[in-house]
Design a protein around this ligand. Structure first.
Ligand code: ADP
Length: 866
């Protein structure tokens, strides 16, 4: 009856408290899992599924050895699972009945401190969401590895909430069990992270100091949920959590997840790698802390001009001081990841080697300060204000720890001689003992005449004298006691040897014990300096990012952007920061962008592959680079400060979402049209391509008109509908531009140069030829094109017709039918009554009718016609 043993009862009781996690149940040297946990873990970890008990009562079981459990746990966490670690909390020898066990910690993707899921240059965020009312949400986030804590309130719709949650590095979301499942579902569609539940929102008084600066109860409540969850899962002090910062999304340029992805800000669209992204270009950081910060900056460009200028001024300073900057960066390369180190100090998981690295990093502070004093003197105080406080810690670490301590903290070898008298005494005893043994070896060699005699040590037999078989005959009878026989040698002991051994081992055991105790004292002392270490980490990461911006700006000849109060864009010789690095040197064709009154919108036409979307993305990337405080690739740049950037570019990534490409296109366009302001930037690439020609063209035109008349955002709109270029006649702020191409000897050459005016044709067939489609196909296409061009007069849709066309097209898919019906409509005579019926039919919202309503409606139409 395996299920009813006392131990299984204990297991089931504990498991009931941790239903959403694998329960790693400690049994001797293994963590065991049972029932469905075992089945799933065996599958996910590819380990053997065994069983416990007999016959029908047999229950599935699998286990991982305690010593190598870390790697298994990491793998499960990486897959988004949680693990409740259940340990024996009393000595099995003392236990009466079943050994007492308790969950000592819950490991989750958002609370990991180490392992494969923690990337050096990426944050690992745990986010808690609290819904206060329909339009009001609180979001709290922390990265436990660094102690960073932040909260915000979002007054708005769920899209904004999702955007915030989905910013990169979010690994886990904590919500209350009562949260509307639809809300959760929508979040998970966009941001598929592990979800956990926490209903408590009381803030424990130990943490009141963290929320001092928060000015609303809702902010505190949002953070308290996060903290409750941490307390419940981590079951230990969280001393390294930093003051909670209140951030406001309105202080940053807004971009939805699609836009970030489309613009390839932090990873490439196709390969999902950093290479090929904007981040790869502007991240020239040399520390992990800087690497994480630059990623955060790219995801949240600033909108406050003064703050942007501050960063740019520093970039200028770093750029102007080439030698000092490069020397400073060389120094930074040796600075350890202080932010994460602070986390490990707080958790008590730091080892002596890391503390020595901490010491070396802290010792660099005066030098760093000196460099900053030379490069940007006014920033010295901001970055290095409290340096003196740390001297005592450096001194302690210097006195207490050897220069190259081992990773293990329990095997000794960490503490410097002279630091602690008692330790030195044990050390002497052990040293003397070893000295005595070395002398004994010498003496025995001489006395026995066995030159190869040696004294060795192993953990099982302790010290022994080893004599090879060939020399055994030289030993006087009874000189040693025989202990162990090997193939080629015999091992012996003597009573004095064992006596000394006891002395040495005793001293060593005491040494290890004492070293550990002394180390713990040092480690605890380091905890008192956490705040300072974190401040220094902040300073270093900022310096690192800005010095990196300067380095790339210099290397790639970027310029400092200026900001236009009149919302004008004036870019001379702008380049796409990523594309220019991947094509052959010197081959990139720089382009101007001019957008101001009279040309607030650019309608871009040109052959496929000419560079339309490169041109569009280039503008957005330049704006983002400017607003994160970096120089930009161009000869000169004047830009407005954009509050938001919206893009609809490319469709490759929509397939996985389960929605039709066209639907996604429309949803994103809706989002841009409803959220954008006149201070926003909208990029729309080939809108309307996903439906029939007339449908698509009508939509494209209506969208352009709406942006032009209502939204007024700066907009780039690329299209292959040449008919739309006529809009410049009626829309005063729309300007046609095209990417030029020339035909040379029957082939097309893309010049990648964007100039005013419309393109004369699409060159699609030439691109097809380039792609080496069978000539039969391209030739036939040429013929058809000619025929189509001859009949364009009938096909061309006049601006005023488009709205009608749009409605009619609800019933049609193919352009041919559309034309037919359109023609018929203009030729067939329709009576007044019939027209009335048709109008009624067209205006009816058919999709929102019940079947009964539909029948009644048809009945009414019939009546009107009879
Ligand atoms: P489109 O959107 O017009 O189809 P893309 O913008 O995708 O074209 O550009 C196609 C290719 O042309 C790009 O992959 C790039 O290699 C090249 N290209 C685009 N713009 C430029 C430019 N300004 N200078 C040099 N090459 C360019």
């Amino acid at each position: 009856m395996a299920q009813n043993t006392p131990m299984m009862k204990q297991y089931l009781e504990i498991k009931a408290q941790h239903k959403d996690a694998f329960l790693f149940f400690r049994l001797g040297d293994f963590y065991e899992m049972f029932f469905e946990d075992a089945v799933l873990a065996a599958q996910e970890l590819e380990i053997t599924l065994t069983g416990r008990g007999q016959g029908e009562e047999r229950i599935p079981m699998c286990g991982v050895p305690y010593h190598s459990a870390d790697q298994y746990m990491s793998r499960l966490i990486e897959k988004g699972y949680k693990i409740a670690l259940c340990e024996q909390v009393e000595d099995p020898k003392q236990a009466k009945g079943v050994v007492k066990r308790e969950v000592v910690k819950v490991l989750t993707p958002g609370t990991m401190m180490y392992g494969n899921t923690i990337k050096e240059k990426e944050n690992n965020y745990l986010v808690a969401l609290t819904k206060f009312s329909e339009q009001s949400y609180g979001i709290a986030r922390t990265d436990l590895t660094t102690g960073e804590c932040a909260v915000t309130l979002i007054q708005g719709d769920l899209d904004e909430v999702i955007q915030d949650i989905a910013s990169s590095g979010t690994k886990e979301l904590v919500v209350e069990t009562e949260l509307d499942p639809n809300v959760l579902k929508r979040i998970q569609e966009k941001c598929p992270v592990t979800v956990s539940y926490e209903n408590e929102t009381e803030l424990h008084e130990d943490y009141h100091h963290l929320v001092k600066s928060l000015q609303s109860d809702q902010l505190v409540t949002s953070f308290a949920r996060l903290l409750q969850y941490l307390t419940r899962t981590q079951k230990r002090a969280l001393g390294h959590l930093q003051q909670v910062k209140h951030y406001q999304n309105s202080a940053f340029m807004k971009m939805d997840t699609h836009t970030k992805r489309n613009l390839e800000l932090t990873e490439s669209l196709r390969e999902k790698k950093k290479a090929g992204s904007l981040l790869a270009i502007v991240d020239q950081t040399v520390t992990a802390m800087g690497g994480r910060l630059v990623k955060n900056w790219i995801e949240r460009p600033l909108i406050n001009q003064q703050e942007i200028e501050n960063r740019l001024t520093l970039v200028t300073a770093f750029k102007d001081a080439f030698f000092e900057r490069e020397e400073l960066r060389d120094e930074l390369r040796h600075v350890y990841d202080l932010e994460r180190l602070a986390g490990r100090i707080a958790y008590g998981s730091v080892n002596a080697r890391e503390l020595v690295q901490l010491k070396r990093s802290l010792q660099k502070t005066p030098l760093l300060k000196e460099y900053i004093n030379k490069i940007a003197p006014t920033f010295v105080d901001r970055w290095f204000s409290t340096e003196h406080q740390v001297d005592e810690l450096i001194d302690l670490l210097e006195r207490s720890l050897v220069e190259d301590p081992p990773i293990s903290v329990t095997d000794g070898g960490m503490i410097r001689p002279g630091y602690h008298q008692e330790l030195d005494t044990y050390r002497d005893a052990s040293m003397n003992g070893k000295q005595w043994i070395a002398e004994l070896e010498q003496k025995e060699k001489v006395e026995t005449g066995v030159r190869s005699l040696k004294i060795g040590f192993n953990k099982v037999f302790g010290y022994y004298i080893e004599v090879t078989r060939a020399n055994l005959h030289l030993l006087p009878e009874g000189r040693y006691e025989r202990k162990q026989t090997l193939t080629n040698a015999e091992r012996f002991i003597t009573p004095e040897l064992k006596e000394k051994e006891a002395l040495i081992l005793n001293a060593e055991e005491k040494m290890e014990q004492l070293e550990y105790e002394l180390f713990v004292v040092v480690r605890e002392e380091a905890k008192l300096y956490l705040e300072y270490i974190q401040q220094l980490a902040h300073a270093i990461s900022e310096i690192d990012v800005l010095a990196g911006f300067a380095a790339v700006s210099e290397k790639r000849h970027y310029v400092r952007p200026t900001f236009s109060v009149k919302r004008n864009i004036d870019i001379v010789d702008g380049r796409h920061p990523v594309v220019e690095t991947v094509i052959e040197k010197g081959q990139y064709v720089a382009n101007d962008v001019q957008m101001h009154e009279g040309r607030e919108m650019l309608l871009i036409t040109g052959p496929n592959m000419a560079g339309k979307s490169t041109y569009m993305r280039q503008l957005a990337l330049l704006a983002i680079m400017a607003q994160i405080g970096c120089y930009v690739p161009a000869r000169s740049v004047e830009l407005p400060i954009f509050d938001q950037v919206f893009t609809r570019i490319g469709a490759a990534d929509d397939l996985a979402s389960g929605q039709s490409t066209f639907m996604v296109e429309m949803l994103e366009t809706k989002y841009a049209l409803t959220k954008a302001t006149e201070n926003s930037l909208i990029l729309l690439d080939e809108i309307g391509r996903g439906t029939s020609t007339y449908d698509g063209m009508a939509l494209a035109q209506a969208i352009i008109e709406y942006i032009h008349d209502v939204v007024r955002a700066k907009t780039l709109f690329s299209t292959h509908y040449h008919e739309l270029t006529q809009l410049d006649e009626t829309l005063k702020d729309l300007q046609n531009v095209h990417v030029s191409a020339v035909e040379e000897n029957g082939t097309v050459v893309f010049l990648h140069k964007v100039v005013d005016g419309q393109a004369d044709r699409s060159y699609g067939i030439y691109v097809a030829e380039l792609a080496q489609l069978p000539s039969q196909v391209t030739e036939r296409a040429e013929t058809l094109l000619k025929q189509f061009e001859e009949s364009t007069t009938t096909l061309q849709v006049q601006q005023t017709d488009v709205k009608e066309e749009q409605q009619l097209s609800l019933f049609m898919d193919e352009p041919e039918t559309a034309v037919l019906v359109k023609e018929r409509k203009s030729t067939v005579d329709v009576s007044e009554q019939e027209e009335k019926v048709l109008k009624k039919l067209v205006r009816k919202d058919v999709l929102n009718m019940t079947p009964i309503e539909a029948i009644q409606f048809i009945n009414e139409l019939q009546r009107l016609l009879k």
